[in-house]
Design a protein around this ligand. Structure first.
Ligand code: 5AD
Ligand code: SF4
Length: 445
C-alpha cells in the first residue's frame, strides 16, 4: 500500500507555496494525498505572524491526534515559523511529532520523511538558518498534477528590516535571494507547462538581490521574467515602500505584463506611529509613491496591510490612518489588531493600547474600507477587461457553465460560458456587468 499524507497550512502565500511544493514532491515519491483521518504522515505548516499562533498549533496537534488515534503509525511533521521558534521543545509534549523543520529546512523534508518511515523511533529537527537560499528540485515534480494557470515563484526569503512589531526577521532569518538564473529557470518551467501568470514571492521582494555578491536588482529581474515566452501577467508580493525605487516605478509604466495592482503595506497613517514602528518612510513619502505610480500607470489600484492599536497609538494617530485610507482609496486592505510577538522591539514598548480600543478602531477602519472597496468594484461596471480562466465557479447561475477567473487586479470574476467557449488558462476579453461584495460578474466582450 502506498503511504498517505495530509498537509495543513496556515499563513502567507510563501507558506502555501511551500506546502504545494511539498505535496508535489511527496506525490512524485509515491505518496498519496488523503483526508486527515487516513493519513500516515501529517504535515502542519505553521505561521507566527499574528495572534496566539502557538495555541493554534497546539489545538491543531490535538485535532490531529484525535483524528488519527486508530492509526499507531501516523506521525506529524511541523514546518514553518512556529516550528522555527519552538524547535525541539515541541517534541516534549507531543509524541506524534517526529520532525521539526524551520524556514530554511524545507528542502530536507522529503528525505527526512523517508528516513523516519524506515526508523520508527527516530526524531529529527532542522532549525539552523542557512547563509544562502537553498534550491529545491522543481522539475521532477512539475508533471505530477495539472498545472494551474497562475504560478508562484519564490525569489527570496527572510528579512532584516526588524519593523518593531514583526517576528519575521526572527523566524525567517536574514534575507537570502535566490540566484536570478534559478528564478528564471523555474519561471520558464512553469510557463512551458502552461502557466500564464507568475507571482514572485518574498518577505521583502523589492530588496531582492541586495544580499547577492553580484548585486542583482529587482527591476532587472522583473524585466527578465517579463521577457520569457508565454508570460501574460506578472505580479509580486510583498514589497516594502522604503525600497520602491524610481526604477521600479518606471517599470510599471514600461513592462506590459506587470499587472496594474500593487499590494504596498502601509501599516499606519501617522508619522509618529510609523517612526515608532521603524518603517523608514513617512506619510508624505508613501503618498508620493502612490502619486508617482499613478502617473506612470493611471489604471493602477492599491491594496495594503494596516495595524490598529500599535503601542502608543492615540485617537489622533488613528484618524491619520483613516484619512490616508480615504486619500489613497485602496481597492482592499488586510487589517489587524496589534499583538505582541515574542522577542520583538514593540513587545518591550510602553503604552500598550487596550484590547477593546484596538478592536473598536479595527471595526471603524474595516467599515471605511468596505465602503471604499464596494465603491471601487461598482465603478468597474461597464469596464472592458481580460479574464484569466482558473476553473469552474462554485456559484451556478443557471444557464451554461459558470467559470471563475481573475482580472488584472486579481479580483475574482464569474462568467457563464457556452460549452467550448473557454478552458482553464484562457485569457478572455470580457465586459464587467455586475459587482458583488468581493467579486464581479462579466460577459464575453
Ligand atoms: N500584530 C499585528 N499585525 C501584525 N502584522 C505583522 N506583525 C504583526 C503584529 N505583531 C501584520 C502586518 C504585516 C502582515 C503580514 O501582518 O500588517 O504586513
Ligand atoms: Fe516584517 Fe518589516 Fe520585514 Fe515586512 S519588512 S517582514 S513587516 S520586518
Amino acid at each position: 500500500m502506498r503511504p498517505t499524507f495530509h498537509i495543513m497550512t496556515f499563513g502567507c502565500q510563501m507558506n502555501a507555496n511551500d506546502a504545494d511544493w511539498l505535496a508535489r514532491t511527496l506525490i512524485q515519491r509515491g505518496f498519496v494525498p488523503s483526508p486527515l483521518e487516513e493519513a500516515e504522515l501529517v504535515i502542519l505548516n505553521t505561521c507566527s505572524v499574528r495572534e496566539k499562533p502557538e495555541r493554534k498549533v497546539y489545538s491543531s496537534l490535538g485535532r490531529i491526534a484525535r483524528a488519527t488515534r486508530h492509526n499507531a503509525k501516523t506521525f506529524v511533521a511541523i514546518a514553518g515559523c512556529v516550528a522555527q521558534q519552538l524547535g525541539k521543545r515541541i517534541f516534549d509534549n507531543f509524541p506524534q511529532v517526529r520532525l521539526v523543520v524551520g524556514s530554511d529546512g524545507l528542502s530536507f523534508v522529503p528525505d527526512a520523511i523517508e528516513r523516519l518511515r524506515a526508523e520508527p523511533v527516530l526524531r529529527l529537527c532542522f532549525t539552523d538558518f542557512s547563509d544562502s537560499y537553498i534550491e529545491r528540485p522543481l522539475e521532477i515534480t512539475l508533471h505530477s498534477r495539472p498545472v494551474k494557470p497562475a504560478a508562484f515563484v519564490n525569489i527570496m526569503q527572510g528579512c532584516d528590516n526588524f519593523c518593531a512589531y514583526c517576528i519575521v526577521p526572527l523566524t525567517r532569518g536574514r534575507p537570502k535571494s535566490r540566484s536570478s538564473g534559478a528564478v528564471l529557470s523555474e519561471c520558464r518551467t512553469w510557463l512551458e507547462a502552461g502557466a500564464k501568470e507568475i507571482t514572485l514571492l518574498g518577505q521583502n521582494v523589492n530588496a531582492y538581490g541586495q544580499d547577492l555578491a553580484y548585486g542583482a536588482s529587482f527591476t532587472d529581474l522583473l524585466r527578465c521574467v517579463a521577457a520569457l515566452p508565454g508570460l501574460a501577467r506578472l505580479r509580486f508580493i510583498t514589497p516594502h515602500p522604503k525600497d520602491v525605487s524610481p526604477l521600479l516605478i518606471r517599470a510599471f509604466g514600461e513592462i506590459e505584463q506587470l499587472c496594474p495592482r500593487l499590494h504596498l503595506p502601509l501599516q499606519a497613517g501617522s508619522n509618529r506611529v510609523l517612526e515608532r514602528m521603524g518603517r523608514k518612510y513617512d506619510r508624505t513619502q508613501y503618498l508620493g509613491l502612490i502619486r508617482e505610480l499613478r502617473a506612470v500607470r493611471p489604471d493602477m489600484a492599491f491594496s495594503t496591510d494596516i495595524i490598529t492599536g500599535f503601542p502608543g497609538e492615540e485617537e489622533e494617530d488613528f484618524q491619520d490612518t483613516l484619512s490616508i485610507v480615504e486619500e489613497v482609496s485602496f481597492m482592499s486592505s488586510f487589517s489587524f489588531c496589534y499583538s505582541d510577538r515574542p522577542g520583538t522591539a514593540a513587545e518591550r514598548l510602553p503604552d500598550k493600547v487596550d484590547a477593546t480600543l484596538k478592536l473598536e478602531r479595527l471595526a471603524r477602519l474595516q467599515a471605511l474600507q468596505e465602503r471604499i472597496s464596494v465603491a471601487w468594484l461598482q465603478k468597474r461596471i461597464g469596464d472592458n477587461s481580460v479574464l484569466l480562466l482558473e476553473g469552474a465557479s462554485r456559484k451556478n447561475f443557471g444557464v451554461g457553465e459558470t467559470w471563475q477567473g481573475r482580472d488584472p487586479y486579481g479580483v475574482p470574476v464569474n462568467i457563464t460560458l457556452s460549452a467550448g467557449d473557454g478552458k482553464i488558462g484562457d485569457l478572455l476579453p470580457v465586459r464587467v456587468t455586475e459587482a458583488k461584495k468581493h467579486s464581479l460578474r462579466a460577459v464575453l466582450a
